[in-house]
Design a protein. Structure first.
Length: 565
């Protein structure tokens, strides 16, 4: 049951940026396949695509010649034959007990109670957990036990294809070896194959059957581990770097020791050294090799981790404006919008908001993500506020229930003002980096020492809140994907169904609470609990001509809004 990928292309949503670009490959069954590449190469997106968790823009994916995708949704038969284990799998647990976790994963298969019982019992043995843990709360388990429960709940579905994303992340060497042992056992049981996205080549390369190397959304190589070790420059060209044992092999060859490049693990290399190195070492000049060893070129992936915004966005006017100017314009617009008392007065603010959306170049999808729930609330509020009971004047009447359109419009007007301010606030957040927010608050407040307020702590907290909001959206999407994979039902990417909420809300809340705890610890570790601490800053804001022009336009608009009321 091999997986065939032909001309697979995926674009970033609401953007022309290509994440996966015309991929072609075959992933054979009865094998462990690694997908490797530096961060941002497209590995996880590739895994999600072949799992049916995200839509593809063009190309084909087939399982044993059967298409993964139908007209609008993936094949239910194929999805039921797959199992996914995500990064930090212990975070995906939500049920009250360990038993309930297994039952949630198994219920979609419509098994008998006897079969469910059999699978839970055997899987717990397989992952090394005692049967007594079945009635324990998942919240009371250790991290290692949670990881085993998460793995076990996937293994219990007996998938033909098993997909894992960084399964050894955060594990020590003993834990990583246990994962390898589990997977080798699974390989004997399943009729499909195992696909692993990983950076941990030292752990998985020795047990892999084939390796797919990715770079910038392309497959640059697909080969067996022996071939990869014989041609390790493929790893350097993809900015991955060598596994530790290959680095050691290369260093020993610099000494003059003819260590075979086909050695696949540190254990095999140690065995070879014990058998061959003593006799060989006397026949080579070690001093010359030492010089070569110490002169080895530094290498490794060069990954940029920065708070800075993308360069192409920095060219936009909305990005270049001083954050203090944007804050003042936002405040003036907000007051002007709230000041309006009728629909005619709201026309100009609506036009201003539309113009701000166009100028900012913020994705309409991002705006829609924030506003869709509020639009739903507006609709419900409009209907409820217009309802009337009894024989009162209304637009129409059905028995004792009527609807007064005028009352509904009053509520609609008030909530529409809030909607416009919400959109403007979203634009402010999207076009202002957290560091700019921090400096825009620090500079004005630092000139008011008589207030005796912890300016540094206040500005840092505001910056982190700005960063916290998109993190919550990201975590929601992540847990939604996990829920869809476990429940084996398809929903459009970026949407959350009512059935998702039950399995999503507890992991999401725990994740958000952990993020909040990390935020507090970060502030305390920086000494922000003390008032009056002065710190130097790497950035200083300066108002430019375009900022003053924008402020003037904002002020004139504000005056017009007051007069237009």
């Amino acid at each position: 049951m091999p997986i065939h990928i032909k001309n697979l292309t995926i674009y970033e949503r609401n953007s022309s940026k290509t994440i996966l670009d015309h991929l072609d490959c075959t992933i054979n069954d009865q094998q462990i396949t690694l997908i490797i590449g530096k961060t941002g190469a497209g590995k996880s997106t590739f895994l999600d695509a072949i799992s049916g968790l995200i839509e593809i823009d063009s190309g084909f994916i087939t399982y044993d010649e059967q298409p993964l995708w139908g007209k609008r949704r993936p094949s239910k038969e194929i999805i039921l034959s797959t199992g996914n284990v995500f990064q930090s799998p212990w975070q995906q647990l939500f049920a009250r007990t360990v038993d309930a976790e297994f039952i949630y994963s198994l219920k979609v298969y419509h098994l008998t109670k006897e079969e469910i019982e059999k699978r839970i019992t055997s899987t717990l043995v397989q992952v090394g957990l005692p049967q007594t843990v079945r009635n324990d709360s998942t919240l009371t388990l250790s991290e290692g036990q949670k990881r085993r429960v998460a793995l076990g709940s996937t293994f219990a579905t007996e998938p033909k294809w098993l997909f894992l994303d960084e399964p050894t992340s955060g594990l020590d060497s003993n834990g990583a070896q246990r994962i390898v042992n589990y997977l080798l056992e699974q390989k004997k049981r399943i009729t499909g194959g195992i696909i692993i996205v990983t950076h941990d080549l030292d752990t998985f390369l020795p047990v892999a059957d084939q390796v797919i190397v990715m770079q910038d959304g392309h497959i640059v190589a697909q080969m067996q581990p022996v071939e990869l070790c014989a041609h390790p420059d493929v790893l350097l060209s993809a900015d991955i770097g060598y596994p530790h044992y290959i680095e050691l092999i290369q260093s020993l060859r610099q000494f003059g020791l003819p260590v075979p490049l086909e050695i696949l693990s540190a254990k095999d290399m140690a065995t070879w050294l014990l058998m061959n190195a003593i006799g060989i070492a006397h026949n080579h000049h070690i001093e010359e090799g030492e010089k070569k060893l110490h002169g080895e070129i530094q290498r490794g992936s060069k990954e940029i981790s920065s708070l800075a915004l993308p360069e192409e966005q920095l060219e936009h006017l909305a990005m270049r404006l001083d954050p203090r100017a944007k804050w003042l314009i936002y405040i003036m617009f907000s007051f002007g919008i709230f000041y309006q008392s009728d629909w005619i007065g709201l026309i100009f603010p609506a036009l201003l908001t539309t113009g701000a959306v166009v100028i900012s170049r913020v994705s309409y999808r991002k705006i829609g993500t924030v506003t869709k729930p509020f639009l739903f609330l507006i609709g419900i509020s409009f209907l409820l506020s217009g309802l009337q009971f009894g024989h009162q004047p209304s637009l129409f009447h059905v028995g004792e229930v009527g609807f007064n359109f005028s009352n509904g419009l009053v509520t609609l007007l008030s909530l529409s003002k809030i909607l416009l301010i919400m959109i403007l606030g979203g634009l402010l957040s999207a076009t202002t980096s957290p560091l700019q927010v921090k400096r825009s608050l620090e500079q004005p407040l630092s000139r008011l020492p008589m207030l005796r307020v912890p300016v540094e702590a206040f500005s840092l907290a505001t910056m982190l809140i700005f960063r916290f909001i998109p993190i919550i959206f990201r975590e929601t999407n992540r847990f939604s994907k996990i829920t869809r994979a476990r429940a084996k039902h398809y929903t459009k990417q970026g949407t959350i169904t009512f059935t998702d909420i039950v399995a999503l809300i507890i992991p999401l809340l725990l994740s958000v609470l952990q993020l909040g705890s990390d935020l507090v610890l970060a502030m305390e570790s920086r000494g922000y609990q003390r008032i009056g601490m002065e710190r130097t800053s790497s950035t200083h804001l300066h108002m430019k001509r375009e900022d003053y022009i924008a402020l003037c336009i904002g002020l004139l608009s504000f005056v017009f809004l007051l007069l237009a009321r």
